[in-house]
Design a protein around this ligand. Structure first.
Ligand SMILES: C[S@@+](CC[C@H](N)C(=O)[O-])C[C@H]1O[C@@H](n2cnc3c(N)ncnc32)[C@H](O)[C@@H]1O
Length: 263
């Protein structure tokens, strides 16, 4: 963990000047700038060639990724489950971006399919929907389909508090004991000034909706998978497949319900 922490902080320090040039504006419910700095800097340092993003909403993280990796040999495959007015807003905003594909589908099936499609290339995956165990299961399935998945980033990994529960952090620490979180005190001290213009509804440092939370912010958890992680995932392949397919069928049910409600 100490090695990973040093790696992330040093890498983020190195890329901060470049990152500062590409941030402007902020979409509600977006990932904080300091958190996205960790994502972009680590992916660049690892020479990622394909960046898969799951969960787009109004496209804050999508835009940061696209701007940061513009003119670099990185393809961004962005996945969103619903094509609603938010999705159309992002389509219009990102029109003409050559390094970005805006895709639609459920992450449970589309993310593993993308990983298979880009097998052999260095891949990083950012999950901001689905979250927690659902995201971790998809990521572990991805590890089985390609041994060149070099990084996983998971949003909303804040520490739980008594009245602000969050099981995601424990789930991630359990599966990936060697992981780093952007609520680390040294990371926050070094990079939180990047968040001064981040208008995330209801979020303030260490609180959401005036309720204290266990971390500085929503928090990115990151892991660089090892061969041991791949082996463990392979041993659990069957149960990972069942869980992701069950969740896919659930999402399909929700989408069908929405479709019927509209007609
Ligand atoms: C918090 S928002 C993402 C915010 C975005 N990353 C940003 O920085 O602006 C979560 C998004 O994940 C999407 N989502 C949730 N479950 C999903 C799934 N199973 N597959 C694909 N997208 C999903 C939601 O529809 C929503 O748009």
């Amino acid at each position: 963990m100490e090695n990973l922490k040093n790696f992330v902080i040093q890498t983020a320090k190195k890329q901060k000047p470049e990152f500062e040039k590409i941030i402007s504006g902020f979409e509600d419910r977006g990932i904080l700038n300091s958190e996205m700095l960790a994502v972009c800097a680590v992916a660049e340092e690892l020479h990622v060639e394909v960046f898969i993003e799951s969960g787009r909403w109004l496209g804050q993280s999508t835009e940061v990724l696209s701007r940061y990796f513009e003119n670099k040999p990185v393809l961004i495959e962005s996945v969103e489950v619903f094509r609603d007015e938010n999705a159309i807003h992002v389509e219009n905003k990102m029109k003409g971006k050559k390094n970005l594909n805006l895709l639609y589908g459920d992450a449970n099936t589309i993310v593993p399919a993308l990983v298979k499609k880009h097998k052999g290339k260095k891949i990083a995956i950012l999950f901001d929907g689905p979250k927690g165990s659902s995201a971790i299961d998809i990521f572990r399935l991805a590890l089985i389909y390609s041994d060149t998945v070099v990084a996983g980033f998971f949003h909303d990994m804040r520490k739980p508090l008594e009245n602000m529960l969050n099981g995601s952090r424990a789930a991630m620490e359990d599966v990936f004991p060697n992981s780093f979180y952007t609520d680390d005190e040294d990371f926050v001290q070094e990079f939180s000034m990047l968040d001064r213009n981040c208008e995330v509804a209801l979020w303030r440092p260490y609180s959401i909706d005036n309720k204290k939370i266990g971390s500085y912010g929503p928090t990115i958890g990151l892991t660089l998978p090892t061969s041991e992680d791949i082996q463990k995932a392979q041993m659990e392949k069957f149960s990972l497949l069942i869980k992701t397919w069950r969740r896919f069928l659930f999402t399909l049910g929700v989408k069908t319900y929405h479709w019927f409600c509209r007609i």
